[in-house]
Design a binder for this molecule. Structure first.
Ligand SMILES: [Zn+2]
Length: 394
C-alpha cells in the first residue's frame, strides 16, 4: 500500500503544458482539470446525477470551509458522517481553508498572529478562524484535498506588506501541517473510506499555497518555504483578485516551472476559458472558478465563440442552440429563444439549463485540452480555440 494520500503521474507534456492522472481515495482525475464550485455543499442548480453523468463527468468539486463552518456547522456535518454522507456526493472533494473568504471581509475582520476574528455574515456572532480551526473543520468535512490556512495579500500590496503577509502565511502553513498531521493520526477525518484505491493510503491530502502578491522575489521565496514544509500539491493563491492579466500570466510563467515537477499545481479561483488555456500552457494542472455557475444565474452563457447574453432581444425568435458546436443535452434540445423566454419570465429552469451548458463547456474544453496535450497538438489547439473564442457570437 502506498504511504501517500495522492498518486500523481504526468502522462504527457508539451512545452510546459502537462497532462496527468491524479488518483485520490475516491476518484481518478485526469488533469488539467476544472473543478466546479460547490460553495455551500451544492453546485447551485445542479443535481449530482448530472455532474456524474457521462456528459459532464465531473470527478472532483469544491466545498467551501467558511460557509459550511458557519452553516450548518462542522458538528452537524461530522454527526452526519462528513460532507460526502451529508450531501450524497460520492466523488472527490477539495475544500478551501476559509482564508480567502475571511480576507474578502476586509475591514470587518481583525488579523492576529493566532488567527482571524470576524463576525459571521449569517447571524452576526463573533468567530475565530485559525490554521488549527481550519484543519479541524476540514477534517470534519472529510474532503480528499485540504488547503492550508493562508493570508492573501492584495495584488497591489507593497513589497513590505506582501513580505509580512508571506511570513505570516509561512508560519500558518507550518501550523496547518502540524495540526493536519495530528488529525490524521487521531483518525478525525470524517471522509475516510475503506474502499479507497490501493495506490493511495486513504488519508486526506494537504496542499500548500504560494503567496507574494505581484513581487517575483517574494513569490519565489514563498514557494521555497512552502516546499520546505512539504505538501501533497502546491497552489498559487492571490491571483485573479483584480490584477491585470499580464501580471497573472507572468507570475504563473515565472513560478510554475520552479514548482515541484512531481506534484500537482493548482491555480486558485481562475478563471475564464482564456485564462485556463494560458495557465495550462504555463504548467498549471488544476483550476476552480465560480464563473460558469455564477454567471449562468445572471443570464450569461460561455460558448465556443465567446460569451452570450441570453437577455438580449436579438434571440427572441432564434431557434439555434446556445452553441452550435456544443453536444450538451441543453444544446441538443433547447433554442436560444426558449432560454431567453425562461430567463425573462424568471423561471428557475433558466438558471439550471444555463449552468448545465456552462459546466459542459468548461469540462469539455478541459477534455479537449487533455487530448491535445496527449497527442502533442496543444499549441495548435490553443491558437485555434482562442481565435474562435474571440471571434464573437453570431
Ligand atoms: Zn451546450
Amino acid at each position: 500500500m502506498s504511504n501517500s494520500a495522492l498518486n500523481w503521474q504526468v502522462v504527457a507534456q508539451e512545452g510546459e503544458a502537462r497532462a496527468g492522472v491524479l488518483q485520490t481515495r475516491r476518484s481518478l482525475i485526469e488533469t488539467p482539470v476544472f473543478m466546479p464550485v460547490g460553495t455551500a455543499g451544492t453546485v447551485k442548480g445542479m443535481r449530482f446525477e448530472s455532474l456524474e453523468s457521462e456528459e459532464l463527468d465531473a470527478r472532483i468539486i469544491l466545498g467551501n470551509t467558511y460557509h459550511l463552518w458557519l452553516r450548518p456547522g462542522a458538528e452537524v456535518i461530522r454527526a452526519c458522517g462528513g460532507l460526502h454522507r451529508f450531501t450524497g456526493w460520492e466523488r472527490a472533494l477539495l475544500t478551501d481553508s476559509g482564508g480567502f473568504q475571511v480576507w474578502s471581509l476586509g475591514a470587518l475582520r481583525k488579523l492576529r498572529e493566532e488567527g482571524v476574528e470576524f463576525r459571521s455574515h449569517v447571524d452576526g456572532s463573533a468567530r475565530f478562524l485559525s490554521p488549527e480551526v481550519s484543519m479541524e473543520v476540514q477534517a470534519a468535512l472529510g474532503s480528499e484535498i485540504v488547503m492550508v490556512f493562508d493570508e492573501c495579500a492584495p495584488c497591489e500590496a507593497s513589497h513590505e506588506v506582501a513580505r509580512a503577509s508571506l511570513e505570516l502565511t509561512a508560519r500558518w502553513a507550518a501550523r496547518s501541517r502540524r495540526r493536519f498531521d495530528e488529525l490524521q493520526r487521531d483518525e478525525s477525518d470524517a471522509g475516510r473510506t475503506p474502499e479507497h484505491h490501493p495506490s493511495v493510503n486513504g488519508e486526506q491530502a494537504l496542499f500548500g499555497i504560494v503567496q507574494g502578491a505581484s513581487h517575483g522575489d517574494l513569490r519565489r521565496e514563498s514557494l521555497a518555504r512552502t516546499v520546505e514544509i512539504g505538501f501533497d500539491g502546491y497552489a498559487i493563491g492571490g491571483l485573479s483578485v483584480g490584477e491585470e492579466k499580464p501580471v497573472m500570466y507572468d507570475t504563473i510563467e515565472m513560478l510554475a516551472p520552479l514548482m515541484p515537477q512531481d506534484r500537482p499545481r493548482y491555480l486558485m479561483g481562475v478563471g475564464t476559458p482564456e485564462d485556463l488555456l494560458e495557465a495550462v500552457a504555463r504548467g498549471v494542472d488544476m483550476f476552480d472558478c465560480v464563473l460558469p455557475t455564477r454567471n449562468a444565474r445572471t443570464g450569461q452563457a460561455f460558448t465556443s465563440r465567446g460569451k452570450l447574453n441570453i437577455k438580449n432581444a436579438r434571440w427572441t425568435t432564434d431557434t439555434r442552440p446556445l452553441d452550435e458546436t456544443c453536444a450538451c443535452s441543453v444544446c441538443r434540445r433547447h433554442t436560444r429563444a426558449y432560454l431567453r423566454y425562461l430567463y425573462a419570465t424568471g423561471e428557475m429552469l433558466a438558471g439550471i439549463l444555463l449552468t448545465h451548458h456552462n459546466l459542459a463547456f468548461f469540462l469539455d474544453t478541459m477534455r479537449w485540452v487533455r487530448q491535445a496535450i496527449r497527442s502533442g497538438d496543444f499549441t495548435r489547439f490553443r491558437r485555434e480555440f482562442l481565435e474562435r473564442y474571440n471571434s464573437g457570437v453570431e
